[in-house]
Write a protein that binds this ligand. Structure first.
Ligand code: FAD
Length: 446
């Protein structure tokens, strides 16, 4: 379909913004698309940053999925190093430098920024976050200094876990601090939080749960972190991994509807409450596929899908984002931890009557090298017999199994005798004839 004389401005040039731009151009090669991006690059694959810092690869350009030149060759206009600081929705104008530009359609894809706690000392040298390419380059360089021996990671979410692994691989002594009483409580049930803790401790990470860092001490450089009980732990650097806040400061006090955390409220088409204004990815809300609830899920898996939906709707090809089940996986040293759907607490809070099983098994046959323990928890709604959620831990190579569970949740099939016989792959290096999934489904049928 052709869109004549329609100009789309995209603010923010990463997964969401560039995803919209690329698909919109495919939808209509004549579309005018202008991207304002505050960085000198677009399409950063931020997910690779911990592995860049760890030294898995040395060229930071590997983190750029597609260059500005490649987009420009495709007819997409990119204005880098340019921050949009105001939007006038009445007159359809974006403001940058001392100029304005006008749009027919606007996509706000400004993403999120790491939460910086208001701690004394947070501005000291050697306090880092990890979100941008510059962050990655700076942190990697700093960690090459052998005088940095002890590092505090604050926050035990996925990035905090990945950074604990990374820093440990760089031979740093890592202290991981978490305010909650267990690891990643928003992602995992207590059993899996405990598995992760044991793994971290086995790998010599100093795990401090229920621990509040109240101050970062130092003169110019970091020297220590102070805890709520006034004790002091000497560290040479701090990595903050306390979660993300939608990058929507410029939209406060406008007519654009924002959720409590500042995320732009969108509907299933990616549309906001203002005509011709769309948003998605880390800047916006999304919905939970199971409960229909508005959620904030700043993941690349959400950003890439909503981008396609927005581009199709702008091109008058009606499309809907049906939501996510927060499927996610994290590697901590040689083990993986995966989750999908609702956790046990979440399911109960939603009013479901649930049945859960927690199975311990092996991921493959014992006579081929590499057999490891595998744990699987499934949460089922007793009434509909549908699977609501699942969590898994084990060898990294075994984690793809969670995708089968995501598909079962997605398709809302009941757990019955037919499902118990689901035909899964088997060969000695990959599985056993009766897989952990079969065992769990059979147990749910008992
Ligand atoms: C270290 C790390 C690891 C991650 N790992 C995973 C993972 O394993 N799996 C997963 O699913 N997700 C992961 N994520 C999350 C994933 O990277 C994000 O969900 C995704 O990048 C969101 O894309 P976005 O385009 O919405 O936002 P962003 O990537 O934040 O991009 C927004 C862009 O907009 C620009 N911008 C902001 N404000 C303005 C303005 N006013 N004017 C102009 N430009 C502006 C910003 O500079 C930025 O380039 C990870 C994130 C990080 C930081």
């Amino acid at each position: 379909m052709r869109i004549f004389n329609v100009k789309t401005i995209i603010v923010g040039g990463s997964a969401t913004g560039m995803g919209v731009a690329a698909r919109l151009k495919r939808n209509d090669p004549n579309a005018t698309i202008v991207v304002y991006q505050e960085k000198s690059y677009v399409s950063l694959g931020a997910c690779g940053l911990p592995y860049f810092v760890a030294g898995n690869f040395s060229d930071p350009n590997n983190l750029i999925a597609r260059s500005i030149t490649a987009f420009e060759e495709n007819g997409i206009i990119i204005v880098p190093n340019t921050q949009v600081f105001k939007i006038d929705f009445e007159n359809k104008l974006v403001y940058f430098d001392n100029k304005t530009d006008s749009y027919d359609n606007l996509v706000i894809a400004t993403g999120a920024t790491p939460y910086i706690p208001p701690l004394v000392g947070v501005e000291l040298k050697n306090v880092y976050t990890l979100t941008t390419l510059e962050d990655g380059i700076e942190l990697k360089k700093a960690m090459q200094n052998p005088n940095i021996k002890n590092v505090a990671v604050i926050g035990a979410g996925f990035i905090g876990l990945e950074m604990s692994e990374t820093l440990s691989e760089l031979n740093k002594n890592v202290h991981l601090f978490e305010l909650e009483e267990r690891i990643s409580p928003n992602a995992f049930d207590p059993e899996f939080s405990q598995f992760i803790k044991e793994n971290l401790e086995k790998n010599k990470i100093n795990v401090h749960l229920s621990t509040k860092v109240t101050e970062i001490k130092g003169t110019d450089q970091v020297q220590a972190v102070v805890l709520a009980d006034n004790s002091l732990i000497e560290v040479d650097a701090v990595v903050l991994a306390l979660g993300f806040r939608p990058n929507t400061e410029i939209l406060r006090n406008t007519k654009l509807a924002l959720a409590e955390n500042g995320a732009i409220i969108i509907d299933e088409t990616g549309h906001t409450n203002i005509d011709h204004v769309y948003s998605g990815g880390d800047a916006a809300t999304s919905s939970n596929y199971i409960t229909g609830e508005l959620i904030y899920s700043p993941l690349a898996t959400v950003a890439s899908k909503i981008a396609r939906v927005i581009a199709d709707n702008i091109a008058n090809k009606p499309a809907k984002f049906v939501g996510s089940i927060r499927s996610a996986v994290v590697r901590v040293f040689d083990l993986g931890y995966a989750r999908t759907g609702l956790g046990e607490f979440e399911a109960k809070k939603q009013g479901y009557q649930i049945r859960t099983v927690l199975i311990k098994d092996k991921d493959q046959t014992n006579y081929v090298n590499g057999q490891t323990d595998l744990y699987l928890k499934i949460i089922m709604d007793i009434k509909s017999r549908q699977i609501l959620g699942a969590q898994m831990s084990g060898a990294v190579k075994a984690m793809q199994r969670i995708n089968t569970l995501a598909a079962l949740i997605w398709s809302k099939v009941p757990v019955d005798e037919a499902l118990e016989q689901i035909d899964l792959i088997y060969a000695p290096p990959f599985a056993r004839t009766t897989d952990i999934l079969h065992i769990a489904l059979a147990k749910l049928n008992k």
